[in-house]
Write a protein that binds this ligand. Structure first.
Ligand SMILES: [Zn+2]
Ligand SMILES: [Zn+2]
Ligand SMILES: [Zn+2]
Length: 306
């Protein structure tokens, strides 16, 4: 079968299951592997009505937030942001990082998102970069090609450079602050950045000519190669929580249910091919481990994809 080429940094397995979410999760060990721009775009645009509803609500949240910012009412601003992020992830559940289960952690994540917005708006960060960004945005040059309006690549790249610097400053507020510890766990910086790049690409790719669109996607590793692999063997299991059927590749350790986000633990040991011992996996297991009985080096997840 032909699949997009992803390789799990934790267990080495390829991505074998079909998926809709832009966050790509390993089917064997449950790690978040990458962000798939194309999948994100597809789910974002799956229905015009759905997208319009989002844009309409976003406008309302933005208007209110701007008013609270002007009134210097941080609490109201924070509350508005909380409601916005809650709406966002309810409207586009596919965009919620799969590392966030239901319940308490979801609330913590939404609270962190709202706090971050409030902190960055009310802490009066240097507006110099904001001004630079506004200027670069205003300096975008457009041209016509085959009846379409396109943006000149050099002017776009200049804007992107400032945009990325701005993001990087914003990330420092979040990832260097112990208050947002949860973010390291559920949405590490590299994934957050890639998601931002993906969303920028969603907006701007239609305004770039094919060659430049390709250059942009390649530069930010938003394009994926395809590979041919042997169809893996599968087993069916029932999700412990929602009781729906899940099709899982043989040898998987962990499966985050695609229906309810429950984390199903499928096995906690690795079988030694040499002596037959079942080795208990340590919490922070890595790709390879030595059999505790005979010392044979074992691959924790299926050696099939070596
Ligand atoms: Zn994995
Ligand atoms: Zn489930
Ligand atoms: Zn052994």
């Amino acid at each position: 079968m032909k699949i997009k080429k992803f390789s799990c940094h934790r267990c080495g397995a390829p991505k074998v299951n079909a998926y809709k979410n832009p966050y790509v999760v390993c089917d064997y060990c449950g790690e978040m592997i990458d962000v798939d721009y194309a999948a994100g775009l597809e789910v974002w645009n799956h229905s015009e009505e759905h997208t319009n509803k989002y844009l309409q609500m976003k406008q309302k949240f933005e208007t209110n937030s701007a008013r609270y910012a002007k009134q210097k009412n941080k609490e109201a601003y924070r509350k508005e942001q909380y409601d916005y992020w809650d709406f966002y992830y309810t409207h586009y559940p596919e965009y919620l990082p799969p590392s966030i289960p239901k319940g308490e952690k979801y609330k913590l994540f939404i609270t962190a998102a709202a706090d971050m917005m409030a902190d960055s708006v009310f802490s009066n960060p240097s507006t110099e970069k904001n001004d630079q960004y506004t200027k670069a945005y205003g300096n975008l040059e457009y041209y016509q090609k085959n009846g379409k309006t396109l943006v000149k690549y050099e002017s776009f790249i200049k804007m992107m450079d400032v945009y990325l610097e701005l993001q990087s400053d914003g990330f420092r507020i979040v990832y260097d602050n112990p208050k947002y510890q949860i973010m390291h766990e559920v949405l590490p910086e590299e994934f957050q950045l890639k998601m931002k790049l993906s969303q920028i690409a969603q907006v701007w790719i239609p305004y770039l000519d094919d060659q430049h669109a390709d250059a942009f996607l390649t530069k930010h590793k938003l394009k994926h190669e395809y590979v041919e692999i042997e169809e893996p063997q599968r087993i069916n299991v029932v999700c412990e929580d929602c009781k729906k059927d899940l099709s899982i590749p043989t040898g998987a350790l962990r499966c985050i249910c695609e229906h309810c986000r429950h984390e199903n633990i499928l096995r906690k040991t690795t079988h030694c091919i040499n002596c037959g011992n079942e080795n208990t996996l340590p919490d922070n297991w890595s790709m390879m481990m030595d059999c505790v009985t005979c010392g044979t080096e074992l691959r924790v997840v299926q050696p099939l994809f070596g």
